[in-house]
Design a protein around this ligand. Structure first.
Ligand SMILES: CC(C)(COP(=O)(O)OP(=O)(O)OC[C@H]1O[C@@H](n2cnc3c(N)ncnc32)[C@H](O)[C@@H]1OP(=O)(O)O)[C@@H](O)C(=O)NCCC(=O)NCCS
Length: 216
């Protein structure tokens, strides 16, 4: 029943959002790798294709079973925490452009975020309701950041909706600092983006949003 109500609410939201939408997004970054975290209750895993096939209904936000595999094939990576019996209960995607190349990341609505430079961007994170409030999101952000920063990325980027208190707290607890606020106004296919902050990172480019420069 809960699942049914949830799908209904999602479909209503989607239909409404096709015509008009407004969102305020907070962008955060960090440059600092923390020591490795070890948890006794959950196992940190990188999601490979086999695991993605097993968990395909869970590992993203819109119900298409092909999406996790497509994302892995496009070069995005997914990390998370699994229960001892193997179920992944908390995960997040991360994208780091290969040297000298761009990588496009699915973003708000039909927009894509074009990343270039030595940056890693974390997105589409989720903790299943049964595992929430145990620090898994925070620990996943910390662990992914450590892996990426030690692997050659110079900075980490993440954003969340300004109303998402749990996400904001998790991001803060993982050591990220808020850089800017991006307001998105949408009427049908037309998007208007307005960014405020001491360290703006996004430039409007019609269909895509591109990272302009390395975070200072
Ligand atoms: C946001 C989300 C990933 C947090 O996952 P989680 O594993 O429960 O997070 P954590 O246990 O690491 O908690 C992170 C912080 O949020 C707080 N928190 C957790 N649930 C909360 C809630 N419902 N309301 C307010 N704060 C909450 C925790 O207390 C913690 O803060 P603290 O360190 O100051 O105590 C999870 O709620 C979720 O999947 N939500 C739906 C999808 C989503 O919003 N994804 C994030 C997109 S950016």
């Amino acid at each position: 029943m809960h699942g049914l109500i949830h799908s209904f609410l999602r479909s209503v939201r989607w239909r409404t959002n096709r015509w008009f939408g407004y969102q305020s997004l907070y962008f955060y970054s960090t440059f600092t790798a923390t020591p490795q975290i070890s948890r006794e209750d959950y196992v940190f895993v990188e999601v490979d294709k086999e695991a993605a096939e097993r968990h395909n209904q869970d590992l993203h936000d819109n119900g298409n079973p092909d999406i996790p595999i497509d994302r892995l094939e496009a070069g995005h990576r997914c990390f998370g925490f699994a229960e001892p019996r193997g179920d992944i209960v908390s995960w997040g995607w991360v994208s780091a452009p290969p040297s000298g190349k761009n990588i496009m990341v699915p973003w708000e609505g039909t927009l894509a975020l074009g990343l270039s430079g030595p940056i890693a961007y974390i997105w589409d994170c989720h903790t299943l309701p049964r595992a929430r409030g145990r620090g898994l999101y925070r620990d996943n952000l910390l662990t992914i950041s450590r892996l990426m920063l030690e692997g050659g990325s110079e900075s980490m980027l993440i954003y969340c909706n300004a109303r998402n208190t749990a996400s904001m707290r998790g991001i803060g607890a993982a050591g990220f600092r808020r850089d800017s606020v991006l307001s998105i106004l949408r009427a049908g296919p037309v998007y208007l983006l307005l960014e405020k902050g001491a360290n703006p990172i996004i430039a409007w480019s019609g269909k895509a949003v591109r990272r302009r420069r390395k975070l200072a």
